[in-house]
Design a protein around this ligand. Structure first.
Ligand code: AMP
Ligand code: GLY
Length: 421
């Protein structure tokens, strides 16, 4: 089978490594892929949002199955366009991807179907939003409606900060059109859990839970990033909580989308907060998480391609989805200055052992040698029988990944270890 994977980060590298394990796979094309992915797939320089070119490539190369991984092509209708040409895909169509594409949509969906989430108000008028903030409880959370590269969420600690944030979004177009509508919501507290789930629109199969580390600095300080590391499973996510989430959140969401004639097929990401009043949805993503995928897929024991095709064909109920009982830890190496400004073009080297454990996020090939091309450069994953061992091994292996001005957090997994005590 000839496969196509749209995207070019660490998440896509992890997906490709798992897909390769299926003996029926003869070739994988990554659009655009990256310098590290080039070891495992044929990279084609077509951007992940260039839908006409993606479709043209897929048709010309007689692609048997496509996996669309990032949010923007999903929201823009990449799956719709490929399916129109008869190419089966893993991923939601645009009507379903709106669950991530519009926070106003997802909040209204949760309200309509009684799915637990933070209380909220939606505004498209700046004066109304400012008036509301006069008496809103503080801290408060301001979210741009549309996709904003994970940066459209502001936790405002003061009323002034809250007003400045809505003004930036609504009047100064800080996030472009994404911020012309804003959601203002209740500030929740509690541990966060990421749960990725396979679904064919009827059956939902949660994967092993994970914990992201979003802040740039140790001890959860510094700016929000795309994620500096992950561990799985998440110790806060007990069997009892998992059962409750299945009943109150996962199944109701899948049923709600079907009822709205927006049947969701693919990977649905539940960003949850375990509040004193029970688990609540912080966000939905219409795709695999990054870097959650880099710890979740290495623990998958069943065949990824078989599961993905079952999601497409509506046969997930009779397809095994099994995970190892091991623990995994992924440590990201980023370029100094990330997530703000950072330099690119540093020579990247990896020891043989490190390379096998590393998913490349931001590097390209120059004269056959890897050089950095992004803020997050690599993610190194280890799976072991205990969390302690997985963390130690991930850091040991990550030491074999080298480039100038690299930085990692030194405490990935520490909060999870404390939770276990
Ligand atoms: P998001 O980009 O939606 O993942 O949000 C970024 C981060 O903001 C989340 O991981 C949470 O830590 C935090 N966050 C979002 N919504 C809330 C909320 N209602 N209460 C408290 N924290 C929140
Ligand atoms: N790691 C968070 C996300 O993928 O949105």
């Amino acid at each position: 089978m000839k496969l196509l994977v749209v995207g070019g980060g660490g998440r896509e590298h992890a997906i490709i490594r798992s897909l390769k394990k299926n003996p029926d796979v003869t070739e994988i094309f990554a659009l655009p892929g990256n310098g590290g992915i080039a070891e495992d797939a044929t990279c084609i320089p077509i951007g992940a949002t260039d839908i006409p070119k993606i479709v043209e490539f897929a048709v010309e190369n007689a692609i048997d199955y496509a996996v669309v991984a990032p949010d923007d092509p999903l929201v823009l209708g990449c799956v719709d366009a490929l399916e129109e040409k008869g190419i089966p895909c893993f991923g939601p169509n645009a009507r379903a991807a709106i669950i991530e594409g519009s926070k106003a949509f997802s909040k209204n969906l949760m309200k309509k179907y009684g799915i637990p989430t933070a209380a909220y108000e939606i505004f498209s008028d700046l004066d109304a939003a400012l008036a509301y903030l006069e008496d809103a409880p503080i801290p408060t959370v301001i979210k741009a409606d549309g996709l904003a590269l994970g940066k459209g969420v502001i936790i405002a600690q003061t009323r002034e900060e809250a007003k400045a944030a809505v003004t930036d979004m609504m009047a100064n177009a800080k996030f472009g059109k994404s911020g012309s509508t804003v959601v203002i919501e209740e500030f929740l507290t509690g541990p966060e859990v990421s749960v990725l789930a396979f679904t064919d629109g009827k059956t939902v199969r949660p994967m092993v839970s994970s914990m992201d580390h979003k802040r740039a600095g140790d001890g959860d300080t510094g700016l929000n990033t795309g994620g500096m590391g992950t561990i799985a499973p998440n110790p806060y996510y007990t069997e009892e909580i998992a059962k409750r989430c299945m009943e109150k959140i996962f199944r109701p969401t899948i049923r709600a989308m079907k009822k709205e004639k927006r049947t969701f097929k693919g990977c649905l990401y539940f960003g949850l907060m375990l509040t004193p009043n029970g688990p609540k949805v912080i966000e939905y993503n219409c795709r695999f998480g990054d870097p959650e995928t880099q710890v979740v897929l290495p623990l998958l024991r069943s065949d990824l391609l078989t599961i993905m095709m079952a999601c497409t064909n509506g046969t997930l109920a009779k397809t095994p989805v099994r995970f190892s009982k091991k623990h995994a830890c992924c440590v990201i190496k980023a370029s100094a200055g990330y997530p703000e400004s950072y330099k690119k073009g540093y020579k990247l080297t990896m020891s043989d052992r490190a390379k096998k454990a590393t998913f490349v996020a931001g590097a390209k090939l120059e004269n056959g040698k890897l050089v950095t091309s992004g803020g997050r450069v690599t993610g190194t994953t280890a799976g072991r029988s205990s969390l302690e061992e997985a963390i130690a091994a991930a850091y040991r292996l990550s030491a074999g990944v080298k480039f100038a001005n690299a930085f990692s957090r030194s405490d990935i997994g520490q909060r999870a270890l404390e939770a276990k005590k």
